[in-house]
Design a protein around this ligand. Structure first.
Ligand code: ADP
Length: 324
């Protein structure tokens, strides 16, 4: 796999001593959508800023689009949507995009054309002649994404692109990311929104307190948690206890539509075949089976496990743990 981003052992200590990154390695394949996940303060923006040469790493090695980090000319092939961006409110959306095209050194005709294409991608053609001040947060984000696309980048780095965007807008932004990918671009996305990342990313890294806790495809990361689950109406039979984990449903199950009071058996063996005998016995006992399937941990479970303290089950305090 050719790598669009290949970072090794990136560390950053801010003045004042905050250790934002403690040796981060991240690999992003060319042409994939990569999601960097993590709670606020994990160091996601810091990593992106280092890639974009906006911040200096205390220690770093690796490449972006095949050139060492910090290689300014490479930035011409990269698009960047910073977190908390602010564009001049008196400019129209189109003017903002063309302005950034000019900053990227594009000729007038080229940037006009490119701005038009970017406006189409973010579905803002009809609003392009209005001032930024009149836009909603979601529309401003769209213009931000268009700005990141104006120089026809190979790599697009988006820091919380759906920040402040409503669910419909978020779904549209996911479509934009997929379109970027279909055009052969690499997308690097920072997000604290799991469902977002789960739906579009080929690979993810989960970052916690300046370190990568796990990295891979969502399939790889959740594979270890595969198990067979059976949900029945009413009380669990006594013989379940020796087979696996038994739980009573307190709230209606979302995926399984189990009513409160239903019982769930989580079989420790992972294969569906292992569950068939249990199903036979339940049927012979006239039990109503509501659900039986192989399930795996969601990205959310994985994320919470990475973020929460294994001892207390509570979120680790930001900045706590891991001395200098
Ligand atoms: P994230 O993007 O995951 O929310 P950040 O990279 O913004 O995380 O921040 C990581 C840590 O670095 C946080 O503890 C944050 O307070 C700190 N930090 C970020 N920027 C600065 C800065 N300019 N000066 C000092 N500390 C900073």
């Amino acid at each position: 796999m050719s790598l669009a981003v290949d970072l090794h052992d990136v560390a950053k200590t801010y003045r004042g001593g905050v250790r934002a990154l403690r040796g981060v390695s991240v690999q992003v394949g060319a042409g994939e959508i990569f999601g960097l996940l993590g709670p606020n303060g994990a160091g996601k923006s810091t990593l992106v800023k280092i890639m974009m040469t906006v911040a200096h790493a205390t220690r770093a090695s690796g490449t972006v689009l095949g050139e060492s980090i910090g290689h300014k000319q490479t930035l011409a092939k990269v698009g960047y949507l910073p977190e908390h961006h602010r564009f001049p409110s008196y400019l129209t959306g189109r003017q903002v995009i063309e302005f950034f095209g000019a900053l990227a050194g594009m000729e007038r005709a080229a940037r006009r054309k490119s701005a038009a294409r970017a406006l189409e991608l973010v579905r803002m053609e009809d609003w392009a002649s209005r001032r930024m001040a009149t836009y909603s947060k979601g529309m401003q984000q769209r213009i931000g994404i268009a700005v990141a696309m104006v120089n026809d980048p190979q790599l697009i780095v988006l820091d919380e692109p759906t920040d402040g965007v409503d669910p419909v807008g978020r779904a549209e932004i996911r479509d934009m990311l997929l379109q970027m990918k279909s055009e052969g671009r690499t997308v690097f996305l920072n997000s604290h929104l799991l469902s977002e990342v789960e739906q579009v990313c080929d690979r993810v890294a989960i970052m916690v307190q300046g370190q990568v806790a796990s990295q891979g495809t969502i399939h790889e990361l959740t594979a270890a948690s595969r198990r067979f689950e059976i949900v029945i109406e009413g009380e669990p039979p006594e013989w379940w206890a020796e087979l696996g984990r038994v739980r009573r449903e307190r709230a209606p199950g979302q995926a399984t539509d189990a009513a409160p009071g239903a019982s769930r058996l989580v079989l420790l063996q992972t294969e569906a075949t292992g569950g068939q005998g249990v199903i036979d016995r339940l049927r012979s006992e006239q039990r109503v089976i509501l659900f039986a399937a192989t399930v795996r941990e969601s990205l959310e479970d994985l994320f919470l496990r990475a973020v929460n303290d294994p001892l207390t089950g509570q979120a680790r305090a930001p900045g706590a743990g891991g001395g200098k």
